[in-house]
Design a protein around this ligand. Sequence first.
Ligand code: ADP
Length: 491
Amino acid sequence: PAASGVRAASTFLHDKAFVDGKWVSAKSGATFEVTNPSTGKVIGNVPDMTATDTEAAVKCAHKAFQSWKKRTAKERSIILRKWYDLVLQNKDELAKVLTAEQGKPTNEALAEVAYGAGFMEWFAEEAKRIYGDIVPSPTSSKRILILKQPAGVAGMITPWNFPNAMITRKACAAIAAGCSVVLKPAEETPYSALALCELAEAAGLPAGVLNVVTCSRDNAPSVGKVLCKDPLVSAISFTGSTVTGKILLEQSASTVKKASMELGGNAPFIVFETADIDAAVQGAMACKFRCSGQTCVSANRMLIQDSVYDVFVDKLAAVMKKELTVGDGFDKNTTQGPLINSKAVEKVESHVEDAVAKGAQVLLGGKRHSLGGSFFEPTLLRDVTVNMRCSQEETFGPLASVIRFKTEEEAVAIANDTSYGLAGYFFSKDLNQIWRVAELLETGIVGVNEGLLSTPEAPFGGFKQSGLGREGSKYGMEDFIEIKYVCMGGI
Ligand code: ADP
């Protein structure tokens, strides 16, 4: 039905999982509740699937892979492109589903749906460019050919902060490469994943190529284990916390899976005295407060050079006061939705308390919002130091903590003094400094005079314990492709 037109959001709320092209329940019949983090109201119930259900889904995906891998790149491309068109046609309704389950403001939900669809378009194009090589041979009787082939079934586990785009960024790369997918969405946000399945089917994606297995947090470890250990699965792709990523890596060692991991960050955001301070404030707003600070590339440590420290802090406080409005994501004025759950609120709260106890000053916010639930006030802390928890751990909330530094060398040392290395940002107008610092930062993504970086065309991924592999860009399919060397002899 979606192929022929635009749907109402309520009809995108599927209460079944999607396996082998069918809407299915858990074998046990069990379900779990999904709630709106803004209101606490139950949106609905979806299947609480188990290891057994997941094994069945993997079998279907493995069967579908046998024919999907034989389709031409162009056929795969056309389906992905059709999926893209359908998502854009239905973007308003998909954004409503997203806001309802995730809490982010409508504008951000719309931006995410467009960003997520961008991976459908991008990988529809890349599908046709999985080129092999012919390499000059050292022996006149032999020829060296290099083929690229799809890896097989790809298991995927995704988080709740981008319930749409974290799925398309992985699944479209795998599908374009000729793989089939079994995906477990975050328990907080399964509906966006299921809505995408409906449109995939309408776009002509064959049954079994994309399977979504929903489950509660209680069942996540056993479902995850199947995806990591089942010999029919060839690759595992995860976005989420470093703690969980390490568990999955360990588990998938047993069957030597190809693993791609997009894990946590602790992004430095450096403002040098050479910077345009107003631009730096705008950059800080963009990369700190999007999704209420719940993104893995959110600025976690703002490092501001001594001579511009006060002016930056004053300007940031003024802009935060003017531009940030906390509320329900469906309210037009809202820029800051709720945090995902009470655990997330407790973490931000404990980071503020720890910082204050160690000498930081609260300039704005600092506590739970009067709206209650999981709303937290946008918070600005000054006089933050590197020994505070908010400097050492990813806060994942609307907390801007501002550290003072004296020299470039000191800033780079602080920035790199972490086991994470996803994104880093800095503001400077000195060309030499820009080259120096861009090369010195130990992060997979560097924003120079820019706070918004993610786009399908560019590689997303981290150094150090922030992950393995890259998503998006021409590199994004590599984790789903096997390289085969064919030696032709007797020539
Ligand atoms: P968060 O704590 O923010 O939810 P996680 O990394 O724990 O971050 O969650 C990201 C995704 O990983 C979710 O889909 C969640 O269900 C899943 N997950 C969490 N723990 C496990 C596990 N042990 N095995 C498999 N999946 C897991």
